[in-house]
Design a protein around this ligand. Structure first.
Ligand SMILES: NC(=O)c1ccc[n+]([C@@H]2O[C@H](COP(=O)([O-])OP(=O)(O)OC[C@H]3O[C@@H](n4cnc5c(N)ncnc54)[C@H](OP(=O)(O)O)[C@@H]3O)[C@@H](O)[C@H]2O)c1
Length: 251
């Protein structure tokens, strides 16, 4: 049987980049998608196939799916990971920016899923992984549009799970906590753009500084080769940090 195929969005950075590498180590043929294709060069050197894709651009979504099916004949895993945090007080964030937040975090992921589902249905198998956030379950001040987008993706994923199950397709939701990627600095920039001079400016400064803090703003270097599953340490017996780094759900 040919290798299974995975499409990973957000592959130019952070969680998506790590996921693409992990899936490749598991034996998948992996397509890593992002807008910044220069940032996919390192992955390409390691055998991951780069795809130029803006999840808000219909043509690039269609072209990407078409290319994968033409080259491999299948799509077994779709990992919707592309996303960003549009932080700012609800009073301050321009609605165009709010719409953009939903275009990327919600409509981009769901539109790509719409394009992939017919292929998974033909295979009568497949897994759609939607990376939401703990912020799709809980909320914080100045994160309204981000939380709204992630709550929405949670609900859509839960409905999709029921619709896709009869066709052998699983829908998995991953809800990360704070992970050291470029996400924090981007969210802080958005927050300062929107709210640094409004009524919430003092709070915005404090939240921006926290978003830029060590936990969120630094890119985590990946080791040259990651451990195989058998080499990995066992999970700790007791819960670790107060904020768990990730949770996953697939009923
Ligand atoms: N880091 C955290 O603490 C954390 C916590 C909970 C949830 N998450 C979620 O995890 C996901 C990945 O975040 P991350 O932490 O890995 O952030 P990151 O390092 O900033 O990576 C974000 C990725 O999304 C891609 N992206 C953004 N806009 C895009 C667009 N319009 N079209 C295509 N790709 C786009 C970026 O690629 P290009 O810019 O090259 O297109 C990049 O590869 C996001 O959905 C985020 O909300 C992160």
């Amino acid at each position: 049987m040919p290798a299974k195929t995975a499409l990973v969005t957000g592959a130019s950075s952070g969680i998506g980049e790590a996921t693409a590498l992990e899936l490749q180590e598991l034996g998948y043929t992996v397509y890593g998608a992002a807008r910044r294709t220069d940032r996919l060069a390192e992955l390409a050197e390691r055998g991951i196939r780069p795809l130029a894709m803006d999840v808000t651009d219909e043509d690039s979504l269609q072209a990407g799916v078409k290319q994968i099916v033409a080259e491999t004949g299948r799509i077994d895993v779709l990992a919707n990971i592309a996303g960003y945090g549009s932080y700012g007080a609800l009073e301050d964030v321009p609605l165009d920016e709010a719409r953009r937040q939903f275009e990327v975090n919600v409509f981009g992921a769901i539109r790509l899923t719409q394009l992939v589902l017919p292929h998974m249905r033909t295979q009568r198998a497949g897994t759609v992984v939607n990376v939401t956030s703990m912020g799709g379950k809980i909320y914080t001040p100045l994160g309204g549009w981000y939380h709204g987008s992630k709550f929405a993706l949670e609900a859509l994923s839960d409905c999709l799970r029921l619709e896709a199950k009869p066709f052998g397709i699983d829908v998995v939701v991953i809800e990360p906590g704070g992970i050291a990627t470029e996400w924090g600095a981007i969210a802080a920039d958005k927050l300062e753009e929107s709210s640094s001079s409004g009524a919430c400016a003092p709070q915005a400064r404090a939240v921006a500084s926290s978003l830029r803090s060590e936990a969120n703003a630094k890119r985590t270097p990946r080791p040259a080769s990651s451990p195989t599953p058998s080499e990995r340490p066992s999970p700790p017996a007791a819960p670790g940090p107060a904020t768990p780094p990730v949770s996953a759900r697939a009923r």
